[in-house]
Design a protein around this ligand. Structure first.
Ligand code: AGP
Length: 657
């Protein structure tokens, strides 16, 4: 899950690569590098450890001219993040340069064989073997050398390759990792994702598996592994580059949180025509859908939580059994698929998640029909599924998923309505009641966003509590130092404490874990709330079905953890209140997410803090509950000074197993 970009044309390649890589930084940010070639066949290679800024800082005041180049932003899989492991990689000489996204699974054996042939390696990466193989097979034609190299590779790759002997050619190749070719006038581009080149061109070609593109500034020729030409369709991108820009917001995450009312409005407008739900690319006949007797939902992370909520939605609407699995489990499990009876629904924002893609292929092999719910148009999962429903959320850049999640939820509600129409499990009266309720969602979301100051206040109060606790610990440290007779030991201790407090704010927050509790349709909301907090604040947080508390987690309760209880008005409301009473009886601190106007829950015996959401049929409340939970995580992260859009160790799409 790295980002790659490439350019060939008459403009300054460095400028274009930097611009492209900046918008791909969400794919990985532990090192970056570029290789630029000029007309006189001179190479400029720069690699830097750390965030992308380290690379751009180095480029300030340097004149880097060149018409051909490749660039990379890395999320480490093989070898620690350092300059040697940063891309582009080269062979024994710097004549062949490669950027790569994916994993070369057989890199170890290839490396051993190449070493025997006298190849010397300078990094710990899997990618470096690709550069050495291209170098080995090069006989005056870069395209043939890359084709031959690919024949030896096992695993996944999106590759950008250049060679000093053919400075007018850029080669791109892909298998199981995304790669597009951008078509310009007298210039062409490659990139892992559309936003990287959208300010330069709107015309693109999606490369498919085992396709290789030979790109000059005026021509793009796509061939298969045997060198046979493939005619590719040009796709025109219609959305705007600004949707992938921060537009004045301090973070993409906040921008994307606030975009949710428009996203939901867009979905409703697009999908509901004369009180009927429509999906243009579902590609499964009504008869085939009527035959379905069970559904298996497969996804990862936030998309998995949307899938869990999808189970509650579809079970209620269709009255058939629905299973949900994380992709990494589903793909290796015994998959019980009955031909023509089982429908597999895959959920993925990126449409590139490796485990979800592998699950798709495994299920397809067993004859299952696959429907995917994806955000990225033309992504691998979308293209390999029998049918696709796009979530229409627009580009989501923040690593922490927000608007894609609520768009996935809304898609499940609409799919429920669509399928229940076919299966005749819903009456016309119910349908019109549901549609009416759904139409209220955008305004309810606007209301939450308008009143988000309240959530911010609670978040910051909580951060202050942490700082207070930290100060107390420092007081204890001072006492300790005074008692130490040996000044060297005292200094050692002081340094240890100081480094702890600076480097691991989140970890020290271990004293203040969070628990998220929900029931029924809001049980997945609790899981998602906890995930959001974990990934951007590094605070340990767990989501539970509230009824499970007594079976273990209640042992965690004292005054320190914050227990976020989703207690909106619903058929399980009373049950939630009794769970809250159990927590309060153990001196717990409760933040309730409640329905506006609920006086009971405001009482001290229930809530220390309260966040209200507008009144809505509880069946649809996950769409609203998601927002304050996202804002809470965001504001705590900001309060702790965490890097909200680029949390440590993560990347936006996980294209490796
Ligand atoms: C969510 O905030 C995550 N960063 C992550 O869990 C994500 O949802 C997961 O990796 C699945 O990605 P996908 O939707 O692109 O398949």
């Amino acid at each position: 899950m790295c980002g790659i970009v490439g350019y060939i044309g008459d403009k300054n390649a460095a400028t274009i690569l930097v611009e492209g890589l900046r918008s791909l930084e969400y794919r990985g940010y532990d090192s970056a590098g570029i290789a630029i070639v000029d007309k006189r066949k001179r190479l400029y290679l720069l690699k830097k450890k750390g965030k992308f800024k380290a690379l751009t800082d180095c480029l300030i005041n340097r004149q880097v001219a060149g018409h051909l180049g490749i660039g990379h932003t890395r999320w480490a899989t093989h070898g620690e993040p350092n300059e040697a492991n940063a891309h582009p990689h080269y062979g024994n000489t710097r004549n062949f340069l490669v950027v790569h996204n994916g994993i070369i699974e057989n890199h170890h054996e290839l490396k051993l064989a190449l070493k025997k042939d006298g190849h010397r390696f300078s990094s710990q990466t899997d990618t470096e073997v690709v550069a050495h193989l291209v170098e080995k097979f090069y006989k005056g034609d870069l395209l043939s050398a890359v084709c031959r190299t690919i024949g030896y590779l096992k695993g996944s790759f999106a590759l950008g390759v250049i060679c000093m002997h053919e400075p007018d050619i850029l080669i791109a190749a892909r298998k199981d990792s995304p790669l597009i070719v951008g078509l310009g006038k007298g210039e062409n581009f490659i990139a892992s994702d559309v936003p990287a080149i959208l300010s330069r061109t709107r015309d693109i070609i999606y490369l498919d598996n085992n396709e290789i593109a030979k790109i000059s500034k005026t021509q793009v020729k796509v061939v298969d592994l045997k060198g046979k030409e493939i005619k590719k369709k040009k796709v025109r991108i219609t959305w705007n580059a600004d949707s992938a820009e921060k537009a004045g917001y301090s973070h993409f995450m906040l921008k994307e949180i606030e975009e949710q009312p428009q996203v939901i409005e867009r979905i409703l407008r697009h999908r509901i025509k004369s009180k009927t739900v429509t999906f243009e690319n579902i590609n499964l006949s009504r008869a085939a859908l009527k035959n379905i007797t069970n559904i298996q939902i497969v996804a990862c992370g936030t998309a998995y939580h949307a899938g869990l909520c999808g189970k509650y939605i579809l079970e209620k609407m269709l009255q058939i059994p629905i299973n949900v699995d994380t992709s990494s489990e589903f793909r290796y499990r015994q998959q019980i698929i009955t031909k023509n009876k089982t429908l597999i629904i895959l959920v993925s924002q990126s449409g590139e998640t490796a485990d979800t893609l592998a699950s798709l292929r495994a299920a397809k092999e067993k004859g299952a029909k696959i429907l995917s719910i994806c955000n990225v148009v033309g992504s691998s999962i979308a293209r390999e599924s029998d049918g696709v429903i796009y979530t229409l959320a627009g580009p989501e850049i923040s690593v922490a998923s927000t608007k894609a999640y609520t768009a996935q939820l809304m898609t499940f509600y609409l799919l429920g309505l669509y399928l229940s129409g076919i299966k005749e499990t819903i009456t016309a009266k119910q349908l019109s009641r549901y549609l009416k309720e759904m139409e209220k969602i955008p305004d309810c979301m606007r209301d939450i966003i308008k009143n988000q100051k309240k959530v911010k206040k609670i978040a910051h109060e909580y951060v202050d509590r942490y700082h207070y606790r930290l100060a107390e610990q420092f007081k204890f440290l001072e006492d300790d130092i005074v008692q130490f007779k040996d000044p060297k030991k005292a200094l050692e201790l002081a340094e240890k404490w100081a480094s702890l407090s600076h480097s691991a704010y989140g970890r020290r927050f271990g004293d203040f874990p969070f628990l998220y509790l929900g029931r029924n349709v809001n049980y997945p909301s609790a899981l998602e709330g906890a995930l959001k907090l974990k990934e951007i604040t590094y605070i340990s947080a767990e989501g539970y079905a509230a009824g499970e508390m007594k079976h273990g987690p209640i042992a965690l309760i004292d005054e320190f953890p914050l227990v976020v209880c989703i207690a909106t008005k619903s058929e399980v409301y009373e049950k939630m209140l009794s769970n809250i009473r159990e927590i309060k009886a153990r001196n717990g601190t409760v933040l309730s997410i409640a329905t506006k106007g609920d006086k009971e829950i405001r009482k001290k015996e229930y809530s220390n803090y309260i966040i209200e959401i507008p009144e809505i049929d509880d069946f649809f409340s996950p769409l609203l509950v998601a927002l304050p939970l996202q804002i809470l995580a965001y504001q705590i992260a900001v309060g702790l000074g965490c890097d909200v859009d680029q949390p440590r160790n993560l990347a936006k799409s996980v294209t490796v197993e």
